[in-house]
Write a protein that binds this ligand. Structure first.
Ligand code: ADP
Ligand code: MG
Length: 326
């Protein structure tokens, strides 16, 4: 049975939202949103592609969840309140079972943050999913990558590397009971750190989300801020699940260069750090992993292990670094 474009939209994506600020949602030529005066609109977009951002045999609900999670993570890094989103869906075929799973994963996370799907586009093509998300901040309080200052303390939320370890568990079909299941879940169901971003909004000097790998993303923060950073490898939070399944060196590699963490990397001025940290209501751990320095000659990020310079084998993910596909 074939399902037309309009059936797909009506059946799976035209859901009424409880948000009063959606004046017109899915169904017309465009959506109309009530934007409060005095707030600033914060907009982000992320595309996920089969074979690049998720495995070809991924569960449809996990793909739907990921499409929203990666976008929410960007708003978290800005300290913004998420509100609305649009969805561009390129599908090879209209498979009802897949659409059912995909939309349930998507709305599961969107509903948790009260984000309304207000429009989109549906086309036939390779499996590519783009979500644009919009939210807001009050007045002039938003977070950027560019505000870090020498002397600031550098923090990361959660445990970087667990998602990459979870991907390895899946790709290698590793057994390992609870630890393997935990790490897989960390890869498949990243928690956007919206609550943390909201609390950091007025106090952090800089913030960004870690999606391509801790070192690569820290470099971006340093370049944007015109600073350097010293990352103390011994301070990285340890994962009990990773310790059980991986050699220490592999674990370190995942923590520094593995992607898909969707944790927040942020900086606090040293004189305020202790009081800010004690006032945070945390749903995950936050760890100081280094300090911001002045610009350094030999690259923006210096890793130290036992006080000695330390180099990792591979850096983080860059879609174009390996050149064009043959
Ligand atoms: P048009 O041909 O005018 O561009 P479409 O047929 O593409 O309109 O879309 C009809 C309505 O359905 C619009 O409101 C559009 O925003 C919405 N829409 C289309 N695809 C999706 C989708 N994947 N998710 C949510 N809304 C969608
Ligand atoms: Mg139109």
């Amino acid at each position: 049975m074939s399902l037309g474009e309009f059936d797909i939209i009506a059946r799976y994506f035209a859901r009424k939202s409880a948000r009063g600020d959606v004046l017109l949602g899915v169904g017309d030529d465009a959506a109309v949103l009530d934007v409060h005066a005095g707030r600033k609109l914060v907009v982000a977009m992320d595309t996920i592609v089969e074979g690049v951002h998720f495995l070809a045999d991924s569960d449809a609900a996990d793909i739907g969840y990921r499409a929203i999670a990666v976008n929410l993570s960007d708003l978290a890094a800005m300290g913004a309140e998420p509100a609305w989103m649009t969805l561009s869906l390129s599908l090879p075929r209209a498979n009802e079972q897949w659409l059912n799973g995909f939309s349930s994963g998507l709305f599961e996370l969107a509903n948790q943050y009260n984000v309304a799907l207000v429009g989109g586009d549906t086309v036939r093509g390779p499996l590519v999913i783009t979500v644009q998300i919009a939210g807001w901040v009050e007045a002039d309080a938003w977070l950027t990558r560019s505000g870090a200052k020498p002397g600031d303390l550098l923090f990361v939320s959660g445990i970087p590397g667990e998602a990459a370890a979870g991907l390895a568990v899946m790709q290698r079909h590793m057994l390992g009971g609870e630890s393997a299941a935990f790490l897989k879940h960390r890869f498949l169901r990243p928690r956007p750190r919206i609550e943390l971003g909201r609390q950091l909004r007025a106090v952090a000097t800089a913030a960004m989300d870690v999606s391509d790998g801790l070192l690569t993303d820290l470099k971006k923060l340093c370049v944007a801020s015109g600073c350097g950073a010293q990352l103390n490898v011994d301070s990285l939070p340890e994962s009990a699940a990773m310790r059980e399944l991986f050699e220490a060196d592999d674990g370190l590699q995942y923590a520094l260069a593995g992607g898909d963490d969707y944790e927040l990397l942020f900086t606090l001025p040293p004189e305020r750090a202790a009081s800010v940290l004690s006032s945070l209501q945390l749903q995950q751990r936050v760890t100081q992993i280094g300090v911001i320095t002045g610009p350094a000659e030999d690259g923006p990020v210096q890793c130290l292990r036992d006080g000695q310079p330390f180099r990792i084998k591979r850096a983080g993910y860059d879609h174009f670094a390996a050149g064009d596909p043959q």
